[in-house]
Design a protein around this ligand. Structure first.
Ligand SMILES: Cc1cc2nc3c(=O)[nH]c(=O)nc-3n(C[C@H](O)[C@H](O)[C@H](O)COP(=O)(O)OP(=O)(O)OC[C@H]3O[C@@H](n4cnc5c(N)ncnc54)[C@H](O)[C@@H]3O)c2cc1C
Length: 492
């Protein structure tokens, strides 16, 4: 794939949608999974429509822990080793294909004694073995007390004797998702945000069309589809019920919450990983991210799936208490710069995933629900989903191209430079505000940003790094978006 930036306004996309009678592939949900499916299918030469009820990545694809790799807890269960291996294979591809979006990251586990260090190191040696390398990754190393404190300045020294260091990777999840959008559009996909699937038509054997509603105008339209890929994350069961009201539950929902604090609490480029460090046996992670520290995560049951899940005060308290047990300078509630929660969609039916952590469920012979799995596995899930439709002779037998496909991260460096300046300046200069307005205009035209949140949360990530700063900048961005929408309306 070339690195070319695909500029296409939402109005142009709507025009293309109206002109096309039928699509080979209609994807519902434009998080990393849906856009991964769209990119896979479009690059195999299929006609693709991908829609999202909200903004790209507005679901969990902008609210993740930004970690690319596997859950090291799975190493204790040999039946799950295949799952670890698959995640590490995908990590290697991402480090190779998206070097400006995914970066290697050291994680350090502090240990109370040398024996526990040795036991952890042995288990983690498997992690290195399974990973078959990857740009910037290192084999597991054991650390003495001095090495540990050198790698994690800012942690409480008392009671710590040693540590283990392993490498994984981190990313900007929303930027990675947007790069999939750009790739899919470059291969000819039609992509419309704020377009909700509200109904479907079936002829008894297969889904023939989906009914969409434009979130901006309220207009409805029917689109014919040869195949439908349900990538609606925690809302996947709602989509399934639009086709068959009797559909049972496939997805189990859990809320996970994070807080963000200044890097000064642990001034290092290394991340801390503490097994069982965050209530109910959850690990505590303190990870450097965009100049701040991301601390997570709690996990709580969540019945329904709200559009914008919120972090509760209890969760903030638990995260602060957990971090303060290991940090020498204590975090106070007022030190929390930002907080966010995401909804984890696990497979709620036992055995459906064959131990892989995700599944492609076929219903009505041509509707494929992609359930479960992580951000790391977005490409593998997409390949499995399209291959399943190919296997059923619903789509042409062209091979998958995404294993060696470069992802466009050309704009990431400029975005991070602007983000850094905005976070650093308490009273932004006129020049800096002009830069912000230009950025908002670029994103309006190029990636269909339609609200101030689209720009501040998912394009610039300011909302996730410093919520007060995001509120300060909101009027400037809102005014720019309003002006651009007025121009668009005047142009018809
Ligand atoms: C808190 C949290 C932390 C995580 N941390 C990590 C991590 O560190 N590493 C990792 O690899 N993975 C992580 N994950 C998992 C990861 O976030 C997801 O696997 C990944 O983002 C893919 O999400 P998705 O595309 O399946 O769903 P989503 O991103 O939620 O996308 C689903 C989309 O469907 C849209 N939609 C819903 N209904 C409709 C409809 N009717 N019509 C049109 N659109 C619709 C929604 O608007 C939404 O945008 C985490 C998840 C959570 C919740």
């Amino acid at each position: 794939m070339t690195n070319k930036q695909v500029l296409c306004s939402r109005a142009e996309m709507l025009g293309r949608l109206k002109r096309q009678d039928e699509f080979d592939v209609v994807v519902i949900g434009a998080g990393a999974t849906g856009l991964g499916v769209a990119l896979d299918a479009a690059s195999r030469g299929m006609s693709v429509l991908v829609v999202d009820a909200q903004d790209w990545a507005a679901g969990r694809s902008s609210r993740s822990g930004k970690h690319i790799g596997s859950d090291i807890g799975l190493l204790s269960c040999p039946a799950r080793w295949g799952r670890v291996r698959e995640a590490l294979y995908e990590r290697r591809l991402l480090l190779q294909n998206a070097p400006s979006l995914v970066r290697a990251q050291n994680f350090v586990i502090p240990c109370r004694c040398r024996l526990s260090m040795a036991l952890r190191a042995v288990r983690l040696a498997l992690y290195s073995l399974f990973s078959s390398g990857g740009r910037g990754t290192h084999p597991v190393s054991m650390l003495g007390r001095v090495g540990l404190l050198g790698m994690l300045p800012g942690i409480e020294r008392r009671g710590l004797a040693a540590g283990v260091c392993f490498t994984d990777a981190m990313c900007d999840d929303a930027a990675l998702t947007l790069s999939l959008l750009k790739g899919a559009v470059a291969y000819g996909a039609v992509a419309v945000n704020r377009m909700r699937m509200i109904d479907a038509e079936a002829d008894g054997r297969r889904v023939t069309s989906v009914v969409l509603q434009d979130g901006e105008t309220g207009r409805k339209m029917k689109v014919r589809a040869r195949t439908v890929f349900n990538c609606a994350g925690v809302w996947a069961d709602d989509v399934r019920r639009m086709v068959d009201v009797t559909s049972g539950r496939l997805i189990g929902i859990e809320r996970r919450s994070y807080i963000v604090v200044d890097r000064t609490f642990m001034p290092t480029g290394n991340a801390l990983y503490l097994p069982g460090g965050c209530g109910r046996k959850r690990p505590l992670t303190i990870t450097p991210w965009q100049g701040r520290l991301l601390i997570g995560s709690t996990a709580s049951d969540q019945g329904q799936a709200p559009i914008d899940p919120q972090v509760t005060e209890d969760e903030v308290r638990l995260l602060i208490e957990s971090a303060n047990r290991i940090l020498s300078r204590k975090i106070r509630p007022e030190d929390v710069r930002a907080r966010f929660a995401g909804l984890h969609a696990a497979i709620g039916v036992k055995g459906l995933d064959n131990g892989r952590g995700y599944a492609v469920v076929t219903e009505f012979s041509n509707m494929f629900t992609v359930a479960g799995g992580s951000l790391t596995l977005y490409r593998a899930k997409a390949e499995a989903a399209i291959d399943e439709a190919v296997r059923r002779h619903l789509l042409p037998r062209y091979g998958c191209m995404t294993r060696s496909m470069r992802l466009d991260g050309a704009s990431q460096v400029a975005m991070e430079a602007l983000q850094k300046k905005l976070l650093a300046s308490e009273t932004p200069s006129d020049e800096l505000l002009k830069e912000l307005e230009d950025f908002a205009a670029q994103q309006f035209a190029g990636t269909n940003a339609r609200t101030a949140d689209d720009v501040l949360q998912r394009r610039l990530r300011i909302g996730e790094l410093d919520s007060a700063r995001a509120e300060q900048l909101r009027p400037v961005v809102q005014a720019q978006i309003d002006a651009l929408k007025a121009q668009e309306a005047a142009a018809g």
